[in-house]
Design a protein around this ligand. Structure first.
Ligand SMILES: [Zn+2]
Length: 384
């Protein structure tokens, strides 16, 4: 509503500018420009499109008015009325009276309109045209990068990211490392591991602590039947970013299962627990204890851990272990279990540390704020 009022206000400003300029050849016998009256009439009848059409046709676009038109286009785009924004910007570009800088501003704005409406090929062409002019380079490259990420054109994204990095000191190594990880995944699916590994090496060149690259190397070594080498990469990944330990843990367990070395697994899990007290890790140890030492050892360990690290998931598992072996009525335990399960049900597992976006899926590229590596398992009583 406020935006709608602002749009009408901007159109009113344009009408006022028109009144100030009063082109002589359009004056009526009363001294009032005819088009001004027509435009004002549309505005008062709340028909901003028609008022705007009159203005665009008759009010000369110059340094006094271009900013006002651009502000109006920006406002329409922000409101989601992209067609209106496109009409304004296309009309501006068609004006031969524009200076080079003004025309480029209009092209950049039109590119943003197409980007917003998902017409990426047109948006790309416009941003490339702006780049050719050597003006607004940082903005144009940033928008291009957005397009290439959405289109998953990783090689183009890498090229643009490098241009951006040359323009400003902002560190974009982590993003580029992710583009290389994406390329590695694509290549592995199409042509196998050898070339894909080369892309992972490139990822490390841009981010030497790239947790995703280490995790991928671990997965591929595990798939190739090299669990010992895989474990090395998984350990690296956990050191690089311990927040992902709960996700990497099942792969670590699978490697030890392949090696048939339960004792080494337990040692590794307990070493990890000293550094990273996470409920997934505690529950993995509980599972191993149950297999190797029985229910009592598992329950005792869990009870002791829950005192230090309260967790709904932990409590839920504790009740599960108690069922069938406790003096408590099974019915009461079932009631407690239903309660803990309902507390956990529909809760997000991951949250973006940049924007708070919550989800049940781990996404390397936050769908909301577009940051890379920012969606992580939730820590706390309801999460990890
Ligand atoms: Zn986010």
């Amino acid at each position: 509503m406020i935006n709608a009022i602002i749009a009408l206000a901007i159109i009113a400003i344009l009408l006022w500018i028109y009144w100030q300029k009063k082109p002589r050849n359009t004056l009526t016998s009363t001294g009032v420009p005819k088009d001004y009256l027509v435009g004002l009439n549309y505005l008062l009848n709340e028909e901003p499109d028609k008022a705007l059409e009159v203005l665009i046709k008759t009010l000369q676009v110059d340094s006094d008015t271009i900013e006002t038109y651009l502000a109006l286009g920006h406002l329409f785009r922000r409101r989601g009325e992209v067609d209106r924004a496109i009409r304004i910007h296309q009309n501006l570009i068609a004006r031969p009276s524009l200076s080079k800088n003004e025309r480029i501003q209009a092209l950049l704005a039109l590119g943003q309109d197409y980007l917003r409406s998902g017409v990426y090929d047109r948006a790309e062409r416009l941003f490339l045209e702006v780049i050719d002019s050597k003006l607004y380079l940082q903005e144009s490259y940033t928008y291009l990068l957005d397009i290439y990420q959405q289109e998953k054109e990783w090689e183009k994204a890498i090229a643009v990211a490098e241009k951006l990095s040359a323009l400003s000191p902002n560190h974009i190594g982590r993003e580029v490392a992710h583009y290389y990880c994406e390329l590695a995944l694509e290549t592995q699916r199409k042509s196998g591991y050898e070339m894909a590994f080369r892309y992972l090496k490139k990822a490390y060149q841009y981010d030497k602590y790239c947790v995703r690259a280490s995790w991928l190397q671990g997965d591929w070594e595990k798939e190739a039947g090299n669990p010992k080498i895989a474990l090395g990469y998984y350990r690296e990944a956990v050191t690089e970013d311990p927040d992902f330990l709960p996700e990497i843990l099942p792969a670590i367990v699978a490697c030890y299962e392949h090696l048939q070395d339960e004792k080494a697994l337990m040692n590794e899990l307990k070493t990890l627990l000293m550094q990273y007290p996470r409920i997934s890790l505690i529950l993995t140890i509980v599972d191993q204890l149950q297999k190797t030492e029985g229910d009592s050892a598992a329950v005792d360990f869990l009870a002791q851990q829950l005192q230090q690290k309260p967790s709904i998931r932990g409590l839920n598992h504790f009740i599960h272990l108690q069922q069938g072996r406790s003096d408590l009525e099974n019915r009461d335990l079932q009631l407690l279990k239903t309660l803990t399960e309902s507390l956990l049900k529909d809760k997000p597992i991951y949250r973006c540390v940049q924007c708070g976006y919550a989800s049940k899926i781990l996404d390397w590229h936050c769908p909301s704020c577009k940051h890379w590596n920012s969606v992580k398992p939730i820590i706390g009583v309801e999460g990890e």
